[in-house]
Write a protein that binds this ligand. Structure first.
Ligand SMILES: C[S@@+](CC[C@H](N)C(=O)[O-])C[C@H]1O[C@@H](n2cnc3c(N)ncnc32)[C@H](O)[C@@H]1O
Length: 249
């Protein structure tokens, strides 16, 4: 399966109910207000934080490679009376009708791009869609390996129709040289006599700070700041979530 299609089918259906953590919209709202509008969220999924930013009156479009996730976003937008323009595209093959003052990903979604070549194509597309004076925000982290005792442990949630939803890690491979971790996840949905079970590889690909800066330079961008999510400068070697800000070189 192509990594850009991971969040489709049962995975998209289970994403909302099994979600354990939502990105705080605050830093993204602040970023859009400072960088200017229109803004674009890449990998907007089922609408967090895009819908909250729209609710706050910010002009933000979205892009996602999963039609199923975008369907869920549109349904939530309709239910809440929010208008949102979203595009079904891959961020490594962006072709949008306008340019943006602010382009961002919420949380470390950029690490879903499976290798440096795909990441470079995404950065080139971002550069091509950046308006004059525009700013890019890319959050990045180095994922930790899943602790051995958590392999096989099942997380459950209830679906709106009463089905039992389950997700667990089946196995994991980590390649430090390629900066890639592949986690085999099992998604299950059980409802009365109906059961569906799907296993999918979830790939995360990470960067050294220098390596990401070089890729950005190759794409015609310059890293102007590296901070923690609250905007405080991140010291070299910081292993947490880092916010990279970029502008046209
Ligand atoms: C972890 S979800 C985050 C969604 C949402 N921003 C949130 O925080 O709930 C990552 C999203 O990125 C999308 N995605 C993954 N690879 C992509 C790609 N190559 N191009 C565009 N979107 C992609 C997935 O379809 C998924 O909806």
């Amino acid at each position: 399966m192509d990594p850009a299609d991971f969040y489709t089918g049962i995975v998209a259906e289970l994403y909302g109910p099994l979600k354990s953590f939502s990105q705080d919209p605050g830093p993204y709202a602040a970023f859009v207000r400072r960088a200017g509008m229109p803004a674009l969220e890449l990998g907007c999924g089922d609408g967090d934080p895009l819908l909250e930013l729209r609710r706050r009156g910010l002009e933000v479009d979205g892009v996602d490679s999963s039609a199923d996730m975008l369907d869920r976003l549109r349904r939530r937008a309709d239910e809440e009376g929010i208008r949102a323009t979203v595009f079904h595209q891959r961020m490594e093959a962006l072709r949008l009708p306008r340019r943006y003052r602010a382009i961002f990903l919420a949380g470390p979604t950029f690490t879903l791009l499976p290798d440096d070549d795909v990441a470079l194509a995404a950065l080139r597309g971002i550069r091509a869609h950046l308006a004059e004076g525009g700013t890019v925000l890319v959050p990045l982290f180095t994922p930790a390996p899943t602790p051995p005792e958590q392999i096989g442990r099942v997380r459950t949630a209830a679906a709106p129709d009463g089905a039992e939803l389950r997700v667990s890690v089946v196995a994991e491979q980590r390649d430090e040289a390629a900066r890639t971790q592949t986690t085999l996840l099992r998604y299950e949905r059980h409802h009365r006599s109906d059961s569906s079970v799907v296993e999918r590889p979830w790939i995360l690909h990470w960067y050294t700070r220098d390596g990401f800066e070089k890729l950005a330079t190759t794409a015609g961008l310059t890293v102007t700041a590296v901070t923690d999510p609250d905007g405080k400068p991140a010291p070299a070697g910081d292993a947490g979530l880092l916010h990279f800000r970029l502008q046209a070189a």
